[in-house]
Design a protein around this ligand. Sequence first.
Ligand SMILES: [Zn+2]
Ligand SMILES: [Zn+2]
Length: 476
Amino acid sequence: MNFLVIELKFSKLVCFYNKLLLHIMKKLIDIQRILKFILFILAFSIQVHVFAQKHSVLLNKIDKIVEKEYSYLDGLYKYLHKNPEISFQEKNTAKRIAQELKKIGFEVTENFGGFGVVGVFKNGSGPTIMVRADMDALPVKELTGLPYASTKTTKDDLGNEVPVMHACGHDIHMSVLIGTAKTLVALKSSWKGTLLFIGQPAEERSGGAIAMLKEGLFEKFPRPDYVLSVHSSATIAAGKVGYREGAALANVDMVDIFVYGEGGHGAYPHTTKDPIVLASRIVMSLQTIVSRVISPFEPAVVTVGAFHAGTKHNIIPGQAHLQLTLRSYADEVRNKTIAEIRRMVKHIAISAGIPENKLPKIKIRAEYTPVTLNDAKLTRRIKKVAESMIGKENVSDTPAVMAGEDFGRFGRTDAKIPICLYWVGTVDPKKLAEYKKANKQLPSLHSAYFSPVPEPSIKAGVKTMAASVLDLLLNK
Ligand SMILES: [Zn+2]
Ligand SMILES: [Zn+2]
């Protein structure tokens, strides 16, 4: 064996050794990577576990606080129920809500946008969450027979004496607002951020939300990252809540149509231009807007709720007055419906021989109620929170309704803040089952017989609202 061969063999050996070393090093790096990965998973699971534990501890705390505070909230609810005030007259209700928020530690501004109440509770830097409760009642005579039923009356805008009742459950909403404020302030060491809790007047007349926004709600106070509200449900059992993503309540418009003709003797119709016949043609034609103009895939309602005309059997009057309500979810559908009403009314009047200067006048109430568009992501998120707070069996998806709520306005400013209004059940579960069995309709919202069961309704409202706000404060 010569020297060269030995050297070659040696260098092959070195080469093999190097390769082996490299291979071992690579394996070691892989093992390190695997170890690192295992450690990461372990740390992550511990974090998730700690977070879940913390979360369930907080939910437990909410539960205990609400159970403890309920007797106070019950008293507040019954006071509010007994002392209702109609839209634009909520002076004493607003005063009580302001007092309650002050007692809890909120900085309170009163008479903001009418009788609006704005409460701010600052607790370090963090997100700002707004919770809104409406405060007004309705001119309805309460017939529930409850020991705390309202016997109040008041004078309406026209000076007529009218009965007053919380027939839309706004007293439940205010109790939930105060209960949520109490709960979150009791837990203030667990979160950082700002609470913006408002008592809104005049929801039923659709003037309260816009008045507070015009006065500068989102400019003069910390601007919220999220806005939440509840509404009582007359179809969901007390103790349960319901959620709807997207359009939850409708666009609502009120329209007046004044139809003019030429009156005269009922025995000489050929000498008149009968506004009753003309208005009747208008009523019938309006029915084709939903059936023939709007797409069958788009919900819309055109209802003529009032038809006023004439005084006597044998007189053809000079004018008729129609009162309509319009409902829709999409703004394009709303605009199309209004444009079609204008077009139809004008051309039907022309075809009846009404001169240019006597064509019908159409008045659309300027302050309409816009659609309540629940932010999908926010709705899904707080629905999950509610499930862990009061149990999956007590949380459901609810269908959209054609009723209106001016809460939608808080999501329609330039700031485009995500909003969500969810339903709080108020019906005695036994009654719900009985009515279902008998195929009978339960008393609806605005009914003289609407009688929420306070305890389970308010508790479910406060627990879900407090847990939702807390979740948004902790993980914006
Ligand atoms: Zn209402
Ligand atoms: Zn309402």
